[in-house]
Design a protein around this ligand. Structure first.
Ligand SMILES: *Cc1c(COP(=O)(O)O)cnc(C)c1O
Length: 444
């Protein structure tokens, strides 16, 4: 497809018909809210298959994918080695409910890459990982409160659903009905990048805070990097107050380098959570940390946590096949370079169109915020013009480029995107932004 070819080839008739059926039987036609495209409008996608960086909808339209299953598909869709590993395992059984050597193998790969994770427990979703890490922190410290940051998302467990960025921000949900007030009251929300506020909540809740949980690079209010001393400050404050630091790397783990971003940012968490990439596109997540802490988890300790399909063989095989490919020399640098070209190109297209925006970016992650002011926290992110983002999203989708269906998410460049893909994206962005500028009279 040439870069200037403007519109999708086929009417989305089959997709529409399938979505109509989906809406009758699945809540909102989806199994996760942001997929419903409520904040960006237009018709939700129905995808039939994926290959590399490309998706194909039910009508046969090809789309260039920058959602990549919310970052999980860092090696692209239908990666041959991952597909072969899954197919091979399927011949040998898909779940046994007892330990396999595969779990030892994936655990070994992860702990070799992240040595401060001495012991690990596999679960099936990022939500389970963060929820279990918090339970462990509460169990070990015998305290009830947790500190989290506005706009950070840690999954949909009860404790995390206030000011939780991402899907909730997209839906305009600040507090979630169904979460008991007594439980919500134990979560103390603080602005991201704001150490004085962290100091203050610790002073106000002396000896009551079990843990601070943070995204080391926030990617669920759009991408927001930590300021210079933010994470080091959190490390010191939590340690000083006898609270644990939980670093939620469900997005960042194996995303910016092979392993954790914590070494790069100069911190070591007490507990780390992983997900998305470590499962190679099959449901796997994990939490881990020092052995002395992890030994409090059942069966060694009294903090109970379990899972029928945890450490599932199909998922372990997919995860192993993914991590093995991520050790390829230069892979992360190449992804970062491509992403940087995308970001620089988008900046100049935005400038050319006279549209005020910020692009926050690190490595293969980025977000275009439609606001004139820098975005350093959730409050800043929420000042973005979400209607303009919605328009941009739809213009890009019409040109075959699939960006996240929300202002508060990241663009994920994968290891299978190419320079031709970036060029095509920038050409589409140019047309899209010019169309927006023309309609809104941004530029005469
Ligand atoms: C996606 C995500 C989660 C939740 O993971 P699920 O597998 O969707 O439950 C938790 N934390 C962060 C940082 C995430 O990005």
């Amino acid at each position: 497809m040439s870069a200037t070819e403007p519109r999708l080839k086929r009417e989305r008739k089959c997709s529409r018909e399938i979505f109509e059926r989906a809406e009758k039987i699945l809540v909102g036609g989806v199994n996760s809210p942001v997929r419903a495209f409520r904040s960006v409008g237009g018709e939700p996608l129905i995808i039939q298959r994926g290959s590399g960086a490309h998706l194909y909808d039910a009508d046969g339209n090809e789309l260039l994918d920058y959602v990549c299953s919310w970052g999980a598909m860092i090696l692209g869709h239908a990666n041959p080695a991952i597909s072969a590993a899954i197919a091979d395992q399927a011949q040998n059984g898909t779940s046994f409910g007892v330990t396999t050597e595969l779990e030892v193998e994936l655990a070994t790969l992860i702990t070799q890459a992240i040595p401060f994770i001495e012991k690990i427990r596999f679960v099936s979703s990022g939500t389970e990982a963060t929820m279990s890490a918090v339970r462990l922190a509460r169990g070990v410290t015998k305290r009830d409160f947790i500190v989290k940051f506005e706009g950070c998302y840690h999954g949909h467990a009860d404790s995390f659903l206030s000011q939780a960025g991402s899907g909730l921000a997209t839906m305009g949900i600040a507090e979630c009905p169904g979460v008991p007030q007594a439980l919500a009251a134990l979560t103390l929300n603080v602005p991201y990048n704001d150490l004085p506020s962290v100091e203050r909540v610790f002073a106000e809740n002396k000896d009551k805070i079990a843990a601070v949980i943070v995204e080391p690079i926030a990617a669920n209010m759009g991408v927001v990097s930590p300021s210079m001393d933010f994470l080091k400050g959190l490390r010191q404050i939590s340690q000083h107050n006898g609270a644990l630091l939980i670093v939620d790397e469900v997005i960042t783990g194996f995303r910016l380098r092979y392993g954790s971003v914590q070494d790069m940012l100069g911190i070591v968490a007490d507990l780390t959570t992983l997900g998305k990439i470590i499962g190679g596109g099959v449901p796997v997540a994990a939490y881990g940390g020092r052995a002395e802490l992890m030994n409090h988890v059942a069966p060694l300790g009294p903090v109970y946590q379990a899972g029928t399909l945890a450490g599932n063989p199909l998922a372990m095989r997919a995860g192993i096949a993914a991590l093995k490919q991520l050790t390829k020399p230069g892979l992360y640098d190449e992804m970062a370079q491509l992403a940087q070209r995308l970001v620089l190109g988008l900046r100049s297209e935005l400038e050319e169109a006279g549209i005020p925006a910020q692009i926050n970016a690190i490595g293969s992650l980025s977000t275009v915020f439609f606001t004139a002011e820098p975005v350093r926290n959730y409050g800043d992110a929420k000042r973005s013009d979400t209607k303009r983002y919605a328009r941009f999203f739809r213009e890009m989708l019409d040109r075959g480029i699939f960006l996240a269906p929300s202002q508060f998410e990241a663009v994920f460049v994968s290891a299978v995107h190419t320079s031709a893909d970036i060029a095509r994206t920038l050409a589409a962005a140019r047309e899209s932004l010019q169309a927006i500028a023309a309609d809104s009279g941004v530029k005469s």
